[in-house]
Design a protein around this ligand. Sequence first.
Ligand code: DGJ
Length: 352
Amino acid sequence: MEMQRKAFVPGRLWPDHRGQHISAHGGGILKHEGKYYWYGEDNSQGYLNHVGVSCYSSKDLYNWTYEGTALKQENLPEELQGRHDGRIERPKVIYNSKTRKFVMWMHAERSGYAFSSAGVAVSDNPTGPFEFLFVDRPVAFEPDEGFDAHTGEWELGNSFRDMHLFVDDEDANGDGVNDAYVMYASEANWTLYIVRLNDEYTWVDLPAGTTRIRPQCKAEHLGSVWSRQLIRRMREAPTPFKYRGNYYLITSACTGWNPNQAEYAISDHPLGDYLVKGDPCIDDTERTTFDSQSTFVLPIDADKGRFIYIGDRWIPDELGKSTHVWLPLTIDQDGSVSIRWHDQWSLEDAYS
Ligand code: DGJ
């Protein structure tokens, strides 16, 4: 039997139970019935040879079992097949307590990087198989600045790229399930959009009487169902978490696969407004988020301000070998966030 891991080693290859490096990039973690599930991009065969969305499971966060491809490339729709070089980025999965379904949202992309749409898939089991529902864009809105990119915003709605999902512990809209939100880089990355989801989490929370296919969320729903945040700041990799009633959002700058300086922002409402506080990384001399880009923050003991920061250290030429940077993220009494480097660490070291 393989030796059990008892520590995180940020930025190194991380073998799964088969001894193969975990390829779950731009990923996210769902805790369900005492088990953790890690979903992400399966880049093991390279950027163009996209496999789909991988799933791994673990009881202790150190040792991961490969559960296979939760959503296969071949099960994506026509628009993402063949010559289109379709590809899924930054998939996230949440659980809907009403439908008892696992719901996956993703950034669906194809060559040219202008398709930039949301994909939604559902499954009865955490490990899949996920059934693909549709691709679309949640919001149609013309900003005051107009559109300054070739992503078809006017005809198709506003573009949908780096994304995340967040399930609140509240049901403020009173539909019987906790409110959930999708947040994503829109307007060709210029501005971040946050949109409340419907009670099945399968699309945005459109006002009664409106259908999924156009009209989408529009200007008149701004503020109640969706919001524009970090306007014209060009932020990517939105990564939300909640601490003592406040909503936190880590983002990166927009420099392709190259790491850059993270920033976090805080709001007292999930839709904002988010106020930028600064770089959460302490003693990060290169100012590159410890050579990583945020993808998830996992609560360990949220009330005590104990979380795990999860980022990708991208290796563009060998995308599947991109490593994972897991570090302790703490929140002080005054609400400020700190991420500190550790060559190796365990939850006991950091949080007991
Ligand atoms: C940065 C994004 O955050 C990644 O998810 C990926 O889309 C790369 N850009 C591609 O350059």
